[in-house]
Design a protein around this ligand. Structure first.
Ligand code: GLU
Length: 310
């Protein structure tokens, strides 16, 4: 029997990577459609990866997958569960540790917050409190509190290029790689999984654009080129905040209950991306594929009125 082909030896891929914290709303569905379209329009494989390392709601992953299928998206291979990939993720952390690129951090959330909001702190960035502790001090602190593991970053910013946003330079700090409960942290997991799964195209909501520089930097430390990025403007609720459940009927199921078809939802998703031609199916989306013409502003969601039939 021949050895299985490593995932990243397969042809390059795009992906959608939902966190199963609830049902997908129009904003999530729109990102999924964009990610699928970017992959298919460029001849890539398209992967679905459920990021279930935290914020998991019972049954949400299954419903997320069912909704994407109903929308007409297809993907290659089985749905990957991040929780099944933890040994791989921790193995890559060991590579960084062996290279002297990690350190233990014993700070509480409150300590980090206080230090990061000190007059000379970079807002939101970890100020490096635990970076240079002596072995004896680490020993003492470890007995009080299980440590998280942080990256010993050697830069404070990094540049990426985004297909939609253009060149973007953002902050890199000593990000958490492994949380103090032993679970791989988001930035580490996303970088390792993308690289190991052969993902070279990352399409997602532009709330994650500020994370792209630190992720590209981490990828470089692990010996991987940065993927191509496309960060899609968000759908905002009536309050101007990112769309959420409180904004009314925003999931496929809820809109179906109001009397709308999946085609109606696809029409809205495509129009809100900036596709001006009529779209009823995912095939229509590909036929009119031209992200250079897409809207670069967030979309304001207005509640959909109930649709009376008959
Ligand atoms: N799982 C993340 C989320 O749903 C997305 C991660 C990513 O696309 O990089 O917010």
């Amino acid at each position: 029997m021949s050895a299985p082909t490593p995932e990243n030896a397969l042809s390059p891929a795009g992906r959608f990577a939902p966190s199963p914290s609830g049902d997908l709303h129009l904003g999530n569905l729109r990102t999924a459609l964009a990610a699928w379209g970017f992959a298919r329009a460029t001849g890539r494989r398209f992967l679905l990866r459920v990021e279930d390392l935290d914020r998991v709601k019972q049954g949400a992953a299954e419903r997320n997958v069912a909704d994407l299928r109903e929308l007409g998206l297809d993907w290659d291979g089985p749905v990957a569960l991040q929780s099944e990939r933890i040994p791989l993720l921790l193995d890559r952390v060991r590579t960084l540790t062996d290279a002297g690129l990690t350190y233990e951090c014993y700070c509480t959330r409150r300590e980090i917050h206080a230090a990061a909001s000190a007059p000379h702190g970079i807002p939101g960035a970890y100020p490096g409190t635990c970076r240079e502790l002596s072995a004896a001090e680490r020993e003492r602190r470890r007995a009080q509190r299980p440590p998280a593991l942080r990256l010993r970053a050697e830069v404070t910013e990094f540049a990426v290029r985004d297909e939609l946003a253009g060149p973007f330079t953002g902050a890199v700090d000593d990000m958490v790689l492994v949380r103090n409960d032993g679970t791989p942290a988001y930035n580490l997991a996303v970088v390792v999984d993308d690289a190991e799964q052969g993902v070279d195209q990352v399409v997602r909501g532009d709330d994650l654009l500020p994370s792209a520089p630190r992720q590209a930097y981490l990828a470089a430390l692990l010996g991987h080129p940065a993927p191509s990025y496309a960060h899609v403007p968000l759908v905002l609720g009536p309050s101007g905040e990112r769309l959420a459940k409180r904004d009314g009927a925003v999931t496929l199921r809820e809109l179906r209950e109001l009397g709308y078809s999946t085609g109606d939802v696809l029409t809205w998703l495509a129009t809100s991306l900036g596709i001006e031609q009529p779209v009823r199916t995912t095939a229509d989306v590909l036929e009119h594929w031209d992200p250079s013409a897409w809207l670069r502003e967030p979309t304001a969601f207005q509640p959909w009125p109930e649709r009376r039939t008959g």
